[in-house]
Design a binder for this molecule. Sequence first.
Ligand SMILES: C[S@@+](CC[C@H](N)C(=O)[O-])C[C@H]1O[C@@H](n2cnc3c(N)ncnc32)[C@H](O)[C@@H]1O
Length: 224
Amino acid sequence: MDNPARTAEFIIHRDARRATLQQHLAELLAAHSRITLEIGAGHGHFLTDYATAHREEFCLGFDLLRDRVERAQRKCNRAKLTNLVFLKAEAAELIAALPAHVVLQRIFVLFPDPWPKRRHHKHRLMQTDFLHPLAAKAAAGAELCFRTDDAAYFAAAKAEVLAHPDWEITPTAPWPFERETVFQSRAPAYQSLVALRRTISLNFEQNQSLVAEVKLNRIVGKIR
Ligand SMILES: C[S@@+](CC[C@H](N)C(=O)[O-])C[C@H]1O[C@@H](n2cnc3c(N)ncnc32)[C@H](O)[C@@H]1O
C-alpha cells in the first residue's frame, strides 16, 4: 500500500520541480518563438555542432542525467554559443512546461533508450502518449527526426508515427544534419526517419484506417 505521507511529499516535490522548470523556460525563451529541440541530448555533441552550423536557430537540448547535461553545457560554453542551452529535465515535463508562445520547428530524438523488454515498452518515448503533446507544440511542417540502432524499436516507433493523425513520415526528406553521437559511434547499424507535423490533422476515418493497417501489420508480425 502507498504511504500517504510519502505520496504527498512526492506530489509537492514534483509540482515544485515543474513550477521551477516552467519559470526557467519562460525566462530563457522570452525572446524566442521557434526553437529546435534535442530530447535526451546525452553529452551534447550533436546539438553543439548543429547550433554552430545553424546560428539563426535557438536550440534547446535536455537530458534526465545531470552529469551529461553539465558536460554538454561545458561544450556549449567552450564553443561560445549564444543560441544553445542544455537543461536537466524529463521529456514529458519539459514539453508541458514550454511557454505558450513557443513552437518547435525541429525535434531530434537520437538513440533514445530502447527498453527492449516487452513489459518495459511503456517507457519508450516514441509512442502516442508522447507524440500527441509533441505535435501540440510543433509548428506546421516541423520535422521530427528519430534515429535508433534498435530494429524492433524502430519498427514500433515507425508504426506509431504512421498511425498518428498529426505526423506524416516523409521517406524522401533528407536527414537535416549529420554529426555522430556517442551512442551512434557504438552502433554497428542504425535507422532514421523524418516525420513532418501535418498542417491539418487527419480526420477520424482517415486515422482509423491507418490504425487498422498498423494493427494488421502487428498481427502478421511485421512489427512488434
Ligand atoms: C541511449 S542515450 C542516447 C544519448 C544521445 N542522444 C546519444 O545518441 O549519444 C539516451 C539518453 O536519453 C536520456 N533520457 C532517457 N529518458 C529520458 C526522458 N524521459 N527525458 C529526458 N531524457 C531522457 C538518458 O538520460 C540518456 O542520456
